[in-house]
Write a protein that binds this ligand. Structure first.
Ligand SMILES: Cc1ncc(COP(=O)(O)O)c(C=O)c1O
Length: 329
């Protein structure tokens, strides 16, 4: 695997992955790996900006409803900037990152009901207690600015033909699209998600119903309501992109392919590779710059990894270590 990195090594790596290209007969595949962020996922991008904004506006605390990853990121930055974090988590969720949130000094409030209920309760709590509301849809401009950084870092290296992004609320895809637009670039935005379990997908195909089962693998993508649905659909349609839906076994299969080339991806975000395979077959294009936005497979506080071992932010700054890891791939 050849590493493509920013000048001071400070961005999440954009890696071209020839091993996958050979395996799948698709070139050119780039992975924008978000797993090296401080708490291991792309959520760090927006968590930091929300906490900084809350601090600047004079709030003493911040709140969010989350399935886990966003809560850990918010708790981490809240601690860094001296704010109290109140994290509403659906009681049945399985990610198992509560220990980390508590370690960062956050208060966890379990909610009996789905993710959307956790968001609503957190919103209500923000109003009642005078806290900064970091929930999706509350400060969309901050979310878009945070995720636009991903677009900027990709554009530093290549001009992408299509960018594949997992879709839950649709915020990440919308923000990345916003970032490319600001740079005058127009890659096709391709969303990947769980079959029928996501509102952006249901609206894209014009289908009703909620015929799906939530599992530990599709949890980050399942939505009754996708809070950034309209922006995501606009980004997909305006850019000439597409939305693909997949089952869990596909996510696990592609996560194992990525693992085979040294990338430990959250199964939900390994669907970007499934989306690429389908996109190439459906539209008959190949040999373009294809970028997969992949987040780290962090579970129960373990990860992020690129080679099966914990790889810290500092690890990435150590060029020798990076070389050692990438050579093995
Ligand atoms: C890399 C990546 N981007 C985006 C998402 C979904 O984010 P959003 O809720 O902003 O659509 C996920 C969820 O797994 C993800 O792994």
């Amino acid at each position: 695997m050849e590493a493509e990195k920013g000048p001071d090594d400070d961005e999440g790596p954009l890696m071209r992955v020839p091993a996958l290209e050979d395996l799948l007969g698709i070139s050119k595949i780039f992975v924008k790996f978000e797993g090296r962020n401080p708490t291991g996922t792309h959520k760090d991008r927006i968590a930091r900006l929300h906490v900084e904004t809350a601090k600047t506006l004079g709030f003493s605390g911040i709140t969010v409803g989350t399935c886990g990853n966003y809560g850990v990121a918010l708790a981490y930055y809240a601690r860094l900037f001296g704010l109290k974090a109140y994290i509403f988590v659906p009681a049945g969720y399985t990610l198992g990152r509560s220990e980390e949130m508590l370690r960062y000094g956050a208060r966890i409030i379990p909610v009996h009901g789905p993710y959307e209920k956790a968001v609503l309760e957190s919103r209500k709590f923000a109003v009642e207690k005078g806290l900064y509301d970091a929930n999706p849809g509350s400060h969309p401009e901050i979310d878009y600015l945070g995720y636009a950084e991903i677009a900027k870092e990709i554009a530093l290296r290549i001009n992408p033909y299509a960018v594949f992004v997992p879709v839950g609320n649709g915020t990440t895809l919308s923000g990345i699209h916003y970032g490319f637009k600001a740079l005058g670039l127009k890659p096709r935005m391709v969303g990947v998600t769980t079959s029928f379990g996501n509102q952006v997908l249901r609206e894209f195909y014009g289908v009703d119903g909620n015929d799906f089962a939530e599992t530990e693998f599709n949890e980050p993508l399942v939505s009754i309501v996708s809070f950034d649905r309209d922006a995501a659909l606009k980004a997909v349609n305006e850019s000439g992109g597409y939305i693909f839906g997949f089952a869990d076994d596909t996510a696990l299969y592609y996560a194992s392919l990525l693992k085979g080339v040294g990338i430990n991806a959250l199964p939900a975000s390994a669907l970007t590779l499934a989306g690429l395979v389908k996109f190439v077959r459906k539209f008959g294009v190949n040999g373009k710059n294809f970028v997969l936005v992949v987040t780290g497979g962090v579970k129960n506080g373990r990860g992020p990894t690129l080679d099966g071992r914990a790889l810290s932010v500092n690890g990435w700054k150590d060029r020798a270590r990076v070389g050692e890891v990438l050579q093995k791939v």
